[in-house]
Design a protein. Structure first.
Length: 323
């Protein structure tokens, strides 16, 4: 990178750390259409097609986002992103991303540069707008959160949450429509969740993860796969297998829950026997509260009656529902 490029990257990085991204979008339709053509492979993938931001009227945020989106979903989006950086357009449009250029994730490991990692994640992700935007922006929170421990270990505590807040500013600048904004923000904020899975997770933890990810589950798992860029084959395969195991457990638990009631049969009779109650509305209320707690992930489903009797006693449910 030349001196001008280094100065531009550092200026973007300092602006991001201070939370001062530009208010407008200094780019033209001509320049972004060049980026789209590069992403499609129509220019031979050269980075010197244009030496600047182009001529013509500056775009508004909405149009700039549309053209960036058209570029991102193409097969050579990584080449186009590099061209945006080299031409100076990336710093004007997305200084949060420009700030990741040559931003090292691990001391002494140049291949862990955030910018190179990001470009790889983009082309490994599904070629649709939400996935590509999330891939491009998932690590922008690393710039303001980077810290180095006395032992030399680099950390980025809370970078998904910080990145999601940074995305809010990008949304205002580039006029993201609400459905796309909601999905991309969720994926940025939650992008580490699936990779935190290991075999020690209980069924309750897997159910809670499934429930909390909701309609975004498939997109999140897909982003997590794309986020694996390790050059070590064994490490890469291990991480992919871990995600496969999480998906298998989610599917198995969904199937189990669909065919087996969450509470054991005969629980009502055992509630009456344990607590000296008579048949009536109270028994139904207690079962309903247990079912609600299972649905909320507060207690485990498919346990023996003794487990649920202990829950009733520990939570003082009878006193809450008794007249």
């Amino acid at each position: 990178m030349g001196a001008t490029g280094s100065i531009r990257v550092e200026a973007s990085r300092q602006a991001v750390v201070r939370g001062e991204p530009p208010a407008g979008c200094a780019a033209t339709e001509e320049a972004l259409r060049i980026a789209v053509r590069i992403a499609r492979g129509e220019t031979g993938g050269t980075l010197d097609t244009c030496n600047g931001p182009g001529t013509g009227d500056t775009l508004d945020g909405d149009r700039a986002r549309q053209l960036l989106e058209e570029m991102l979903v193409q097969r050579a989006a990584d080449v186009a992103l590099e061209w945006l950086h080299v031409s100076g357009l990336l710093a004007r449009l997305l200084p949060e991303v420009e700030a990741t250029v040559d931003f090292v994730q691990e001391m002494g490991r140049r291949h862990k540069d955030v910018w190179k990692h990001t470009k790889q994640v983009v082309v490994q992700s599904e070629p649709e707008p939400a996935a590509r935007w999330a891939a491009l922006l998932h690590d922008i929170g690393k710039v303001p959160t980077r810290s180095v421990t006395p032992s030399g270990k680099v950390a980025f505590h809370g970078h998904p949450e910080v990145g999601a807040r940074m995305f809010d500013r990008i949304c205002r600048r580039l006029a993201f429509p609400k459905p796309l904004r909601t999905r991309v923000r969720f994926l940025i904020q939650q992008h580490l969740r699936a990779s935190q899975y290991d075999e020690s997770w209980t069924d309750s933890a897997v159910r809670r993860f499934d429930r909390e990810m909701g309609e975004h589950l498939d997109a999140l798992i897909s982003l997590s796969r794309a986020d694996i860029t390790s050059a070590r084959r064994g490490r890469r395969e291990s991480l992919l297998n871990q995600l496969d195991e999480l998906v298998r457990r989610i599917v198995a638990l969904r199937e189990l829950d669909s065919r087996q009631p969450p509470l054991p049969s005969g629980l009502g009779n055992q509630i009456m026997e344990r607590f000296g109650l008579r048949p009536g509305r109270l028994i139904g209320q207690l079962r309903g509260e247990l079912e609600r707690a299972v649905e909320a992930g507060e207690i485990e489903p498919h346990q023996d009656a003794e487990y649920y009797l202990a829950v009733i006693e520990a939570r003082g449910l009878i006193g809450q529902y008794s007249p």
